[in-house]
Design a protein around this ligand. Structure first.
Ligand code: HEM
Length: 395
């Protein structure tokens, strides 16, 4: 993909693709400067497609199916003022200071996962470590009981993994419909429990906000919990997986980090840049006609900001295809920018640091247990993450 992005940055920095079936267009932005401009301009590039439409066009929209309504009204899909209101409700829980307090607990969870596999000398770093760690963290923050974590994980995966192949897509859609129904049913029970027995967790504080009046509607409450669940672990797993692959396949960088552990925060930033976990930012829509690099972008066009390409733009990053944990400055866009800048950035960074530090400290001579060429990426156009990452160490 990176070679294709390099070509696009060069010859078609705004690439407008018209879909054959319905005539709709998507514009891909691959240069760093353009990505910044789009992400910062939340008035011309909106999240809610309805904000691109005239009142007459809006009136013609089909009504939203119930399931979609319940799960899609979250901050990442909305524009101000709704976006501002929803983000403010949970912002406090994710500030750097609050997140720092989770450090010991995250360390404990990471250690517990390694306790299970340490004597084995081998594991799939994705399934055995990178996946369960962030989901335990977000489930604890939200207040999902430990007994339900596996079910929770299965739903979340089902809800975010579209397939490129349309035959399989239909099956997946049916499955994800089922998952949505199960998820909503399950949440209904948890919310009911919290109404009667408040706890010190995020779900309780959201339930209280909903009860307090019109700050949060029912669909916003459900959507918020779904959003935090999905983004809270579908992303960090890729930071840990992609980051460890980069490190283990660049032995000189690994040696450097082991000699100088203070390089860890910079190494995590470089992992985020080099194989960006969210390869393309979730869609925006053009609120008006405009022209960029000679391409006419029409009102209503879908806008895809390719973060994975912006992070390899040679205009900003010298030798962008080199993995260099001492890179400075490193103003990557892995967490986006502007009003939708990742709410969980501080948490993700902390989890990333603890994960990498713990793996290197506890697993002596950690190395890849499969050739890099044999590793497979998941087929998801938005996320960049490995299916498996077999590793080995000395016991
Ligand atoms: C938004 C990346 C982890 C919560 C975003 C966006 C990106 C991103 C690129 C902006 C999307 C856009 O502009 O369209 C990442 C990466 C992560 C990560 C790379 C891990 C390495 C997390 C975690 C949480 C989280 C752990 C917390 C639970 C959110 C939320 C938003 C968001 C709530 C929406 C913010 C808004 O619309 O105002 N993330 N994220 N993320 N992220 Fe993350």
């Amino acid at each position: 993909a990176y070679a294709v992005y390099a070509q696009m940055r060069e010859v078609a920095p705004v690439y407008r693709r018209v879909h054959r079936q319905d005539g709709r267009a998507t514009c891909f932005f691959t240069r760093y400067e353009d990505a910044v401009a789009v992400l910062r301009d939340h008035r011309r590039f909106v999240k809610d497609v309805r904000n691109c439409l005239t009142p007459e066009e809006r009136a013609q929209l089909p009504p939203e199916p119930e399931l979609i309504r319940l799960l899609s009204h979250h901050m990442l899909n909305l524009d101000p003022p709704d976006h501002t209101r929803l983000r403010a409700l949970v912002n406090k829980a994710f500030t750097a200071r609050m997140v720092e307090q989770l450090s010991d607990r995250i360390q404990q969870l990471a250690d517990r996962l390694l306790d299970r596999v340490q004597a084995r000398g081998t594991m799939d770093l994705i399934q055995d470590f990178a996946f369960p760690l962030p989901i335990s963290v977000i489930a604890e923050l939200l207040g999902i009981p430990a007994r339900d974590r596996n079910r929770f994980r299965a739903w979340s995966s089902a809800l975010v993994s579209p397939s490129a192949d349309s035959q399989r897509n239909a099956q997946k859609l049916a499955r994800s419909r089922q998952s949505m129904e199960d998820f909503i049913h399950y949440l209904g029970q948890i919310l009911e429990e919290r109404r009667h027995q408040p706890q010190d967790d995020l779900i309780t504080s959201l339930v209280q906000a909903e009860e307090a009046g019109d700050v949060l509607s029912q669909e916003e409450l459900y959507s918020m919990i779904l959003l935090l669940t999905v983004v809270g672990h579908e992303t960090t797993v890729n930071l840990i997986g992609n980051g460890m692959l980069a490190l283990l396949s660049h032995p000189s960088q690994l040696a450097l980090l082991q000699e100088a552990p203070t390089l860890l925060p910079g190494a995590v930033e470089e992992m985020l840049r080099y194989d960006c976990p969210v390869e393309r930012a979730p869609m925006r829509y053009a609120a008006e006609d405009l022209e960029m690099h000679g391409v006419r972008v029409r009102r209503g066009d879908a806008i895809s900001v390719v973060l994975g390409s912006a992070n390899r733009d040679p205009a900003i990053f010298p030798q962008p295809d080199r993995f260099d944990i001492t890179r400075s400055p490193n103003r990557h866009l892995a967490f986006g920018l502007g009003i939708h800048y990742c709410l969980g950035a501080a948490l993700a960074r902390l989890e990333g640091r603890i994960a990498v530090e713990t793996l290197l400290r506890r697993l002596p001579n950690l190395r890849l247990a499969a050739p890099v060429e044999s590793l497979r990426w998941r087929t998801n156009p938005i996320m960049r993450g490995l299916q498996r990452l077999p590793v080995r160490w000395d016991t």
